[in-house]
Design a binder for this molecule. Structure first.
Ligand code: NAD
Ligand code: LMR
Length: 329
């Protein structure tokens, strides 16, 4: 039995790999809870609408008590009509040997058009999560085409990098993931990202032993930063269920709030915090109390951190300049 007002959630790329995991968890109530009915809007390209219809049939067959309705369309304005949340997943994934930025030309225009449609058709409280790569700069493009939507409502997925960092740290320290807090991944969802353990705690106490500088710089940072490429090499296609899981985590924490004092990593248009360049969509430590993401302020930054953050933000500036050159913003 559900009781609160229904929410409308748009998922693009609904016939793709990530959506095949994401949609079922969303429809089961993992973001909004068991009391909130979900009206799904699935947006696909015309050639994939048939496959999206098949996914909708399977969603129906799950008989989720929280799933109120499903609409399928290939028209962005209809797809974002009244959306309270939008998962922008639909885009081409990279193949072996490609960097995510190589997808800018192929995918950038999708986010220009969807940004406009969100601006004109989504609900006033819309929360946008861009998953399609290169996620940070695609979110930047969409945000720039939605002048009526507050900048902080456009976010990009770096929760996957955050979760990857936690998992590597848990293994290294022999600790359950749930005991660790205070990780953050600065910069771009790319090989330049900086997974940072400077504020790491275990059960609330700073972690002072067990990590080691060599492991940190030679193993941990490159392992997390290049995990997407490793998955492609081993699995043969890009991460899907883990990306869906991180997308659920991101939107659930945004809607329901991050637990206690803990924070997570969110990529959002920078307000210039921690010396990052205003406007580019960068990973920052964030908390939510159930409404807006708030950037955690006042953390000390060492020279080592400064250099790593600056390098990744410089790449975001290059991508921003590239999309300007392509006429996408
Ligand atoms: P996929 O190829 O399996 O599915 C993509 C779907 O998007 C397809 O069904 C396609 O028809 C659809 N699509 C293409 N253009 C569209 C448009 N204009 N409107 C609506 N739908 C459209 O790919 P996937 O594995 O689901 O990955 C999707 C994207 O997510 C890729 O760009 C991938 O690189 C990215 N990704 C990001 C992260 C992250 O952490 N940010 C993690 C994993 C994957
Ligand atoms: C990931 O990090 O797994 C995704 O962004 C897919 C990719 O291209 O790496």
């Amino acid at each position: 039995m559900t009781s609160t007002a229904p929410v409308t959630v748009t998922v693009t790329g609904a016939a793709g790999q990530i959506a095949y995991s994401l949609l079922f968890r969303l429809a089961a109530g993992e973001v909004y809870g068991a009391d909130t009915p979900i009206r799904l809007r699935l947006l696909e390209i015309p050639s994939a609408v048939g496959a999206a219809e098949g996914v909708a049939m399977e969603l129906d067959d799950c008989a989720f008590p929280t799933l109120a309705s499903i609409d399928i369309t290939d028209e962005p304005n209809a797809g974002f009509e009244g959306a309270n949340a939008a998962f922008l997943v639909g885009a081409k994934p990279r193949g072996k040997g490609m960097e995510r930025a190589d997808l800018l030309t192929a995918n950038g225009a999708i986010f220009r058009d969807q940004g406009k449609a969100i601006n004109d058709h989504a609900a006033q409280d819309v929360r946008v999560l861009v998953v399609g790569n290169p996620a940070n700069t695609n979110a930047y493009i969409a945000h720039r085409h939605a002048p009526d939507v507050p900048a902080g409502r456009f976010t990009a997925l770096m929760r996957l990098d955050h979760n990857r960092a936690l998992s590597q740290l848990a293994t290294r320290l022999g600790a359950p993931v749930g005991e660790l807090d205070g990780a953050v991944v600065w910069g771009n969802h790319s090989a330049t990202q900086f997974p940072d353990v400077s504020y790491l705690t275990r059960r609330g106490e700073p972690v002072t032993a067990g990590i080691g500088e060599t492991w940190l710089t030679d193993t941990f940072i490159p392992k997390v930063a290049k995990r997407g490429a490793e998955i492609i090499a081993v699995r043969g296609s890009s991460s899907a269920a883990s990306a869906a899981g991180a997308s659920i985590d991101h939107m659930r924490d945004w809607v329901q709030g991050t637990p206690g004092d803990s924070w997570t990593t969110v990529a959002l248009p920078s307000g210039g915090q921690y010396g990052t360049v205003e406007g580019v969509v960068t990973g920052l430590p964030c908390r939510s109390r159930g409404d807006e993401w708030e950037v955690v302020e006042g953390l000390e930054i060492s020279d080592f951190q400064r250099a790593r953050i600056d390098a990744s933000v410089a790449e975001l500036v290059e991508e921003r300049d590239a999309v300007q050159g392509l006429g996408l913003v």
